[in-house]
Design a protein around this ligand. Structure first.
Ligand code: SF4
Length: 439
């Protein structure tokens, strides 16, 4: 028996008749951004957002298919929701996002009595489901992101034209669609006018953006002239132009942090993965970045244990980590995703071996990050506050190099403080008391 109080019958209006919605987001920043749009739709339809399933009339799960056990995680939530529905708490359950676009969606719909399943291409259908007029024309990349927040994501392209062996994105998000430059600029201007101080340009391969002769570098330059602070993610080494790397160093408003996924240091594995570049080309890009942005930080993605990966391949990845001196890395243990080429490939790496390689890579990255971070101690940094202090804790901010910093200040998100760096771990910096007021 549940310990929470049973909800009144549906005919009795709760909260003075207010309808309630709970939106749960799994996965990457693209999904966080999509949830932002979903949130606007349900709010426009008169729903108040709540954070507990038990308090919601409608629950929207915005799902991710990329990470290990993604479907199992969502199954757990759907099981709980189906029980709550049976007990009269939740009225409708909507499954949206990458899982909604896969072959498993139908089975989930039947097993858990999901009321609406949508993929990433037809999320706009939620509008009608919650009682708004059809939004097909407006629910495109042209729909603005959230306004009036101190930081905002702006999607500049969707989909992907690559076919990496392990990745489901091309299957669930389709081919690349780029948003017109003027349209992006209009949105950035609107956001800045309503108080946004930090814009992150988003796309699966953001640096592949193009429009009749203009390339990503041109768009980034235009945005950097309008936004007080701008960053972009995620990039692909084959699209990354040297002039973009140089622009990061030249423009004061661009965060000096590059996230450039390499995935492996072995040319053989890069070929098996269909990444489209060799490790030497990646190293050259990093050299250009290091030269153009002397105080820049560099992060990457690495996949460990892809089918066919030998000890020699792993050694080459360790060597590349040493050569590129990453400040951080997202390290993924390979997990086969249904519908991808890698799921069918021979040469599976035993779990124990993958785990050992994972730890070796993690330690190599952390060792390097720790010594880079230690070298920052004593420097004075302008820190952008991302999350306000809670209780006795510290606010969390970010330096112009994109380093996360814990800082003792009451400054609100979106403000800057100037403070000395007094300590460093492998993942974060620690600042002392700020010098002067926030600005
Ligand atoms: S570049 Fe590769 S890993 Fe990235 S989204 Fe496209 S297919 Fe997936």
């Amino acid at each position: 028996m549940s310990s929470i109080t049973r909800k009144p019958s549906r005919s009795i209006a709760r909260n003075g008749g207010t309808k309630t919605a709970c939106i749960r987001t799994f996965g990457c920043q693209m999904n966080v951004h999509d949830s932002d749009r979903i949130r606007r739709m349900v709010r426009d339809a008169g729903y108040t957002e709540v954070h507990r399933y038990e308090e919601a009339d409608i629950v929207v799960l915005n799902t991710c298919y990329v990470r290990e056990n993604a479907v199992d995680r969502v199954r757990g939530h759907l099981g709980e929701l189906s029980r709550l529905k049976g007990e009269g708490y939740v009225e409708k359950v909507v499954l949206i996002g990458c899982i909604g676009a896969t072959s498993e969606a139908q089975e989930l719909e039947h097993t858990y009595g999901v009321d609406l399943v949508l993929g990433t291409h037809n999320t706009y259908e939620l509008a009608q489901f919650v009682g708004l007029p059809g939004m097909e024309e407006t629910y495109t990349p042209e729909l603005p992101g959230s306004e009036g927040e101190h930081s905002a994501f702006v999607t500049i392209m969707t989909g992907c034209n690559y076919k990496c062996s392990y990745c489901v994105v091309p299957a669930v998000r389709g081919r690349m669609v780029c948003r017109p430059l003027e349209n992006v600029l209009d949105e950035v201007k609107r956001l800045v006018d309503t108080g946004t101080r930090y814009v992150t340009l988003l796309g699966q391969t953001v640096d592949a953006w193009r429009e009749s002769g203009s390339r990503f570098c041109d768009l980034l330059e235009r945005v950097s002239e309008v936004a007080p602070r701008v960053w972009f993610t995620t990039s692909h080494p084959s699209n990354m132009e040297d002039r973009t790397l140089k622009l990061i160093g030249e423009k004061d408003t661009i965060v000096k942090r590059l996230h450039l996924p390499v995935q492996s240091g072995s040319d053989k594995m890069l070929k098996v993965m269909h990444r489209g570049y060799k490790s030497e080309r990646y190293r050259r890009k990093i050299e250009v970045f290091r030269e153009a942005v002397s105080d820049g930080t560099l992060s990457t993605d690495i996949i460990v244990g892809h089918p066919g990966e030998t000890e020699g391949d792993h050694e080459q990845t360790l060597q590349l980590i040493e050569d590129c001196s990453f400040d951080s890395a997202y390290i993924f243990k390979f997990s086969p995703r249904c519908g991808t080429e890698a799921a069918e490939l021979p040469g599976a790496v035993p779990d124990g071996v993958t785990q050992r390689r994972f730890l070796e890579i993690l330690r190599a990255v952390e060792r390097n990050a720790f010594s880079c971070n230690q070298s920052k101690i004593g420097a004075t940094e302008d820190i952008y506050i991302r999350h306000a202090r809670t209780g006795d804790g510290k606010a969390v901010g970010e330096t112009w190099s994109g380093h996360p910093v814990h800082v003792p200040t009451d400054a609100e998100p979106g403000r800057y403080v100037t403070a000395p760096i007094s300590g460093a771990g492998p993942h974060v910096l620690y600042a002392g008391e700020p010098l002067g007021k926030s600005h």
